[in-house]
Design a protein around this ligand. Structure first.
Ligand code: PPE
Length: 313
């Protein structure tokens, strides 16, 4: 169960958590056209700080642009509203879910002039794939479902419709006794997890799939930068599932999943079956930054109590 907080921002004003409701004929509920973000706010010594706020809000607007949805707020309005929502809920650490969707009005595939609604909710969300998974690694199954073709739903957009594919894959993996699903692209190469990007490491070389058919993850981007800064060798290149089987290390990255080591894929041990040194180094570097212990990437953090921006009504 989601852990309720107090207030949700809905179209410019705060409503009580239990009052944040919508009509059952909300257009996006039927046709999968909502666009959303997942952002984390971490507790630091200088108060709560949001990881890569600007980039997440920009991606929300890009998703809406791809789906030809006109968000009736500016990116600055949405960033400010996110900070306001964290403050309004007096929360120090949370997951943030901004969501824009096509509201009530016409039914049928063509939504005419239905209003675009925007909501922001925050709630505490611990480790996505379990504390144990974060520490010791998870077991992954290659999905029988294929990641979307680049010309089916738009992969550069974080659209709810894309998650029907993720949900099928995740359910299958869990029911079969694994922790997470790995989806291959339409050519059979490794794409991403149901809600994460993937990295493999073999003989010191880090590989991650190119952006062709995957979400342009902001954690992925952070890892690429962290690896480069540490002089690690990294390439964005397609690879096969058997290359993953024989890799020395592998991990998933994502806002919710953070950096989660993979210890097994399709019943084959990855390396010695425990998180390897490069994974551990990158994971530690990431957590030091998000928790404000390493100030080399303060550009990635927005401190919640730094300023009090006005909220658009
Ligand atoms: N691929 C997919 C398909 C994906 O959903 C995510 C995030 C990523 C990659 C990583 O992107 P980024 O968060 O920018 O590093 N998945 C979000 C949804 C999780 C959910 O279950 O809901 C997230 O991590 O917030």
């Amino acid at each position: 169960m989601v852990q309720a907080t107090e207030k949700i921002w809905m179209n410019g004003e705060f409503v009580q958590w239990d009052e944040a409701k919508t009509h059952v004929l909300t257009h996006s509920l039927h046709y999968g056209t909502g666009v959303f973000e997942g952002i984390r706010c971490y507790k630091t010594a200088a108060g709560p700080a949001v990881f890569r706020l600007q980039e997440h809000v920009d991606r929300l607007f890009d998703s809406a642009h791809i789906c030809q949805m006109e968000i009736p707020f500016t990116p600055t309005d949405v960033s400010d509203a996110i900070l306001q929502t964290i403050r309004a809920n007096k929360i120090e650490e949370c997951y943030i879910r901004p969501f824009a969707y096509i509201g009530y009005g016409a039914m049928g595939i063509f939504p005419l002039d239905n209003p675009i609604q925007v909501v922001i909710a925050v709630w505490p969300w611990g480790s996505y794939l379990g504390e144990e998974g974060l520490k010791n690694g998870i077991r992954v199954k290659t999905s029988s479902y294929t990641r979307h073709h680049v010309n089916a739903t738009m992969v550069r957009s974080k659209t709810t419709a894309n998650y029907a594919n993720s949900l099928l894959a995740k359910r299958e993996a869990i029911k079969d006794g694994y922790d997470e699903a790995l989806l291959l692209d339409t050519d059979g190469y490794v794409a991403e997890g149901s809600g994460e990007n993937i990295f493999v490491i073999r003989k010191g070389l880090i590989k991650t799939p190119p952006l062709t058919s995957i979400l342009e993850g902001l954690t992925r981007d952070a890892i690429i930068q962290l690896a480069e800064e540490r002089g690690m060798r990294l390439v964005e290149e397609r690879f096969t599932r058997d290359e993953l089987y024989i890799s020395d290390e592998a991990f998933f990255s994502g806002t919710a999943a953070e950096i989660t080591p993979i210890r097994e894929v399709d019943n084959r041990r990855i390396g010695p079956g425990m998180p390897g040194p490069i994974t551990k180094e990158l994971q530690a570097a990431f957590f030091d930054i998000v928790y404000g212990r390493d100030n080399r990437h303060t550009d990635w953090l927005t401190y919640v109590h730094e300023k009090q921006p006005a909220m658009k009504k």
